[in-house]
Design a protein around this ligand. Structure first.
Ligand code: ASP
Length: 290
């Protein structure tokens, strides 16, 4: 029996209730279609994760890539991670400035270094060495989508992420973010931390969005897999349980997860979570609020 492919993506768990999300819905629909078309032709999960996240980064509609917000000192520092569950390989960058695609930088770390995570100046030097596309004029390149939100608004999460099961049964996850609004210079969230905001293994692929500090302290992404592994939970129950544990600490947000059978979980405890998915049975979801 052939393995069904499946794909889920998110554009952050922070949309304010009743706000117009039509552009985000259109963009997520297009990214979902692109990803599905690749998977239908047999593309590997990692290629699909990267393509979808590149599209979301470039859209300028989320607090990631082009839409990222500056930190308190007006500088743009971005985080991203990818994980290949089948091979258990991962790459990540954090507090990266001066390069257009954090997700491509994360993939380059995975493929071209013996390390998992490069930070700040070291990450920047590595991206230059890899000839990744620079941002020469940050003030003109970035179009912070969050500038109209209150700087302290805890709900203004706009990270992007993607999880994929391909038709060989491989699972991959990726997450890319400009972080939270008004962050301190050097602040790193959960997105680039393997096991906190991003995780993939042979069982499940997970990408989180929300207040990163809480996701780090609850190791949410890896907790989804642990619940499936040790407690025999379904992906739905594991994702809901991991999120509830984080919520008990006072956090807020959501996650996307896909298991090895193409079952998808899209739980969130925030007002909404921009999300789109196609599960192993071909069921499509594109939604923002409840
Ligand atoms: N989790 C991200 C962070 O804390 C923010 C988000 O999801 O929008 O950096």
């Amino acid at each position: 029996m052939s393995i069904p492919y499946a794909l889920a993506l998110h554009g952050g768990a922070g949309p304010i209730r009743n706000s117009d999300q039509s552009r985000e819905i259109a963009n997520m629909t297009a990214m979902l279609e692109d990803g599905r078309a690749m998977l239908a032709k047999g593309a590997p999960a990692m290629d699909v994760v990267i393509t979808v996240i590149r599209g979301l980064e470039e859209a300028g509609l989320y607090i990631a890539g082009k839409g990222a917000a500056p930190n308190r000192e007006g500088r743009f520092e971005l985080d991203a991670a990818v994980m290949d569950g089948a091979a258990r390989r991962a790459g990540a960058v954090c507090a990266l400035s001066g390069f257009r695609s954090p997700i491509l930088a994360a993939k380059a770390v995975m493929e071209n270094t013996p390390h998992v995570l490069l930070a700040g100046a070291g990450a920047k030097a590595f991206c230059a060495e890899m000839n990744l596309q620079p941002v020469d004029d940050p003030q003109n390149y970035y179009t912070p989508v969050a500038s109209s939100m209150a700087a302290t608004d805890a709900l203004s999460h706009g990270t992007v992420g993607c999880v994929v099961l391909d038709n060989t049964g491989a699972l991959c996850a990726g997450t890319s973010t400009g972080g939270v609004l008004n962050k301190m210079p050097g602040r790193v969230g959960d997105s680039p931390l393997i096991g906190a905001g991003t995780w993939a293994d042979e069982r499940v692929a997970v990408s989180c969005t929300g207040q990163g500090e809480y996701f780090i302290r609850a190791a949410v992404a890896a907790d989804v897999s642990a619940r499936m592994k040790y407690a025999g939970m379904s992906v739905d129950a594991a994702a809901a349980g991991a999120l509830a544990d984080m919520e008990r600490q006072g956090g807020d947000g959501g996650l996307i997860a896909v298991d090895g059978q193409g079952r998808i979980a899209l739980p969130f405890i925030s007002h909404g979570m921009r999300r789109a998915a196609c599960d192993g049975q071909g069921n499509i979801t594109v939604d923002v609020f409840r």
